[in-house]
Ligand binder design. Sequence first.
Ligand SMILES: Cc1cc2nc3c(=O)[nH]c(=O)nc-3n(C[C@H](O)[C@H](O)[C@H](O)COP(=O)(O)O)c2cc1C
Length: 337
Amino acid sequence: METNLTSQRKKDHIDLAFLSQTVERDTRFYYEPFLSAHPLNESIPKTVIAGKTLSMPLWISSMTGGTEKAGIINKNLAKACREFGMGIGLGSCRIILTDNAYLGDFNIRKYLGDDLPLFANLGIAQVEELLEKNKLELIGELIRKVEADGLIIHVNPLQEWLQPEGDLIRFSPIDTIKRLLDKVDVKIIVKEVGQGFGPRSFRELFQLPVEAIEFGAHGGTNFSALELHRQEEQTKNQLEPLAMIGHSATEMMDYANQALDELGSRALCRNIIASGGVKNFLDGYYLIRTSKANSVYAQASAFLKHATGEYEQLKTYCELQRKGLQTCYQYLEIKTA
Ligand SMILES: Cc1cc2nc3c(=O)[nH]c(=O)nc-3n(C[C@H](O)[C@H](O)[C@H](O)COP(=O)(O)O)c2cc1C
């Protein structure tokens, strides 16, 4: 039996050798094969976000709710978080702020368990409105309803501006977030939705007592492009250049590190969720290891791709992600500039 297997493997090697010529090389890392044994589960360090411990430094970025498929997607994502020790942000919970008809789509604590972070999600425009109407108690109610650890606020002015039915943002988001922090005792995470943001925004945000800053960087799912696809041809063609602006996650990590260096002890936020266009575990590992803050990386669309059907498909995706990360922690070091 063993002889047959070996002989088949040798045949495969000969057949596949010409198909396996290297075309590209990832030059971001030193690969050190002489210094470590094969990785074990413990090779991935644990990370704490919102006082809860993640076994993988991986977060599922906020996605959907309130549509037919959302319930099954969210359930699959929550099960994966529990099995692999990851954190998750819900998609916008606006639809359940005052009406419980779709609460079932968002009610995933029962699949996730109590030990992992779960955050509700609202847009900056809704937070503005709640502040203006003196209805901040709805935020506390929302968090209780979905048994979340806190609230993610998505700041998406470009998306809203390009969306035909988009909300108008009437104040600077940083002021709105400050006003909210003054009035509620809730853990807050802030994020963009696929455009990222620049160094001045980082400097302001790090000085706020927010739980984490999530990048939502440019380079993956792009909601400005998405909204333009929903428009007439002329609008799409003329405004399309706006979808090209923004900042990649790598660029944003540089801004974040510079801001942390400059601010020193004035930086009140010390956690980063590096997301947006993170293609795989190598990108994620690179971001985490170049960060000067406590960091995890996150993906949205990559998880979504595997979350719409059977749980097993998502489980396989997560297992391979973990195997990749174990390899990184055991064998790869970041090349410094
Ligand atoms: C289907 C879908 C729905 C999303 N809905 C939300 C949302 O409700 N709130 C939010 O903050 N971000 C939302 N996002 C943005 C993601 O959280 C993330 O910032 C963005 O997709 C970039 O990550 P990616 O390149 O890994 O997809 C959504 C993304 C997708 C793909």
